[in-house]
Design a protein around this ligand. Structure first.
Ligand SMILES: Cc1cc2nc3c(=O)[nH]c(=O)nc-3n(C[C@H](O)[C@H](O)[C@H](O)COP(=O)(O)OP(=O)(O)OC[C@H]3O[C@@H](n4cnc5c(N)ncnc54)[C@H](O)[C@@H]3O)c2cc1C
Length: 441
């Protein structure tokens, strides 16, 4: 069977896009690697109801479209007038198998992943990304530790710290590397988020959690697991002005997000650098990519929060179904949310001083255990860009394929981050790859 539309990703963007297109009469299939719809923002534990509005949307979607959960999409190919979505997915009660889905159009709504920066000890058990600590809590009801430090940059640190504190962890401090006013520089834009931010600030203040700007965790200590971190006071460029040690058994750290655009790059969609230089999928006013038949919505087109993702999903759904003009109200809402996203990225940039936190033996790539010294050696041998460093020293060649170290490596090479070229978008075993597809939807 050929569907009218295959949507990849079941977060706010994918669900809104799929439901809008299904309501307009299209035969829609949605695939997501996770066990439940919701993506990152509406992630919820097994048995728990998601936020009511999203619950209504996802129930409506399940009635009108085919929803394939636990299906990791590792490639999308094109033959003549249709696309084949290649996934590795759960069979009903029979383990996993390769699956193929055919559709005339594709909507890529694959969200983003955390952007970590390396520092001495970041490979110790107990050090997690901020999104990882949040996902453990929201999806599994598990606290990452008893006494947790939260560090990095951006407003995302606040819900993470408030969530951990609310669930009973002792939050030893929130360390925001950026200084200045943050979004306070854009009071009108920040207005819409003021209530949310005040809620987090109140939750943290009520539990006497210290919130310190111009501070970062620059080293993690412990023999077999995390025991303490070094917290540094920073100047404007994130160079260290002074340090102190803080005991904790977990650290949640994040420096923004990286859009997941592998599938769009595989298909040949054009990309552009976002406000902060991160490659994102280039789309037109109707969320169309440069490749006919392929749309993108949500964080692959730029990180901007769940409301922007959902709005883009709805615009894409209407455009794909060719359901008349996209309402002006929706387009104005998208423009306002995009302006807010750009202001947010401008308010929390990653400053170059983080490179001074590294020692020669600090691992840059944890999968292949490549320390800074090997990266520098490759540069001395003549490697002038991230790709040649990778060929000489192997950073980014391991299991995560550079998702964790790609940004840092680009910074160390002194070049903008390049769009990820991964012919297999998600890790999949060679055995699974060699199997013939077991089911076709
Ligand atoms: C780890 C993390 C945690 C976050 N937590 C919060 C939070 O608590 N509060 C907040 O305001 N914002 C949070 N954000 C920001 C958040 O991503 C957005 O605001 C919002 O969820 C974006 O919606 P989206 O639909 O664009 O993407 P997402 O919500 O990320 O949804 C994308 C979906 O695509 C699926 N997917 C991706 N690749 C594939 C593939 N190859 N095959 C199959 N499925 C795939 C994922 O499983 C996911 O369900 C978080 C971001 C990250 C990365």
């Amino acid at each position: 069977m050929i569907h009218d539309l295959a949507v990849i990703g079941g977060g706010p963007a994918g669900v809104a896009g799929a439901l809008t297109a299904a309501l307009a009469g299209l035969r829609v299939v949605l695939l997501d690697g996770g066990p439940r719809l919701g993506g990152q923002y509406f992630r919820h534990a097994h048995g728990a109801e998601p936020e009511p509005r999203f619950a209504r949307q996802s129930h409506a979607l399940r009635r009108r479209a085919e929803v394939l959960l636990k299906h990791q999409v590792w490639a999308v190919s094109r033959e003549d007038d249709a696309f084949t979505v290649h996934a590795h997915g759960a069979m009903h009660g029979h383990g996993t198998a390769r699956a193929e889905v055919r559709a005339r159009r594709v909507l890529i709504a694959t969200g983003a992943h955390d952007r970590p920066l390396p520092f001495p000890g970041w490979d110790l058990p107990g050090v997690l990304t901020a999104g990882g600590a949040q996902a453990l809590l929201k999806g599994e009801r598990v606290l990452a530790g008893r006494r947790i430090a939260v560090a990095g940059t951006g407003p995302f640190l606040l819900p993470v710290a408030a969530g951990l504190a609310g669930a009973g962890a002792e939050v030893a401090g929130v360390f925001e590397a950026s200084g200045g006013l943050g979004l306070g520089r854009h009071p009108i834009m920040a207005l819409g988020k003021a209530g949310e931010a005040a809620g987090y600030a109140w939750a943290l203040a009520a539990r006497r959690v210290p919130y310190r700007r111009n501070h970062a965790v620059i080293a993690a200590h412990g023999e077999h697991e995390l025991r303490a971190v070094t917290v540094a006071r920073l100047d404007r460029d994130w160079n260290v002005l002074g340090t102190e040690e803080l005991e904790c058994d977990a650290l949640a750290v994040g420096y923004g997000f990286v859009p997941q655009i592998e599938l769009a790059v595989q298909l040949g969609c054009l990309t552009r650098p976002d406000t902060d230089g991160t490659p994102v999928v280039d789309v037109d006013a109707r969320q169309r990519t440069s490749v006919p038949g392929v749309w993108a919505a949500g964080e692959p087109t730029g990180v901007g929060g769940w409301e922007l993702s959902e709005t883009e999903g709805r615009v894409a759904g209407l455009a794909i179904a060719a359901a008349g003009e996209v309402p002006g109200l929706l387009l104005r809402r998208r423009a306002r949310l995009r302006a807010f996203a750009a202001a947010l990225q401008g308010a929390y940039p990653v400053r170059p001083g983080w490179q001074s936190w590294l020692a020669q033996d600090t691992l840059i790539c944890r999968c292949e255990e490549v320390p800074l010294a090997r990266v520098r050696e490759a540069q001395e041998l003549g490697a002038t860009d991230a790709r040649s460093i990778k060929l000489l020293a192997r950073p980014g060649m391991g299991w995560c394929q550079g998702r964790m170290c790609g940004y840092a490596l680009a910074c160390l090479a002194g070049e903008p981050q390049q769009p990820p070229r991964r012919p297999i978008a998600q890790p999949i075993s060679l055995g699974a790859l060699a199997e013939p597809p077991q089911k076709e939807h």
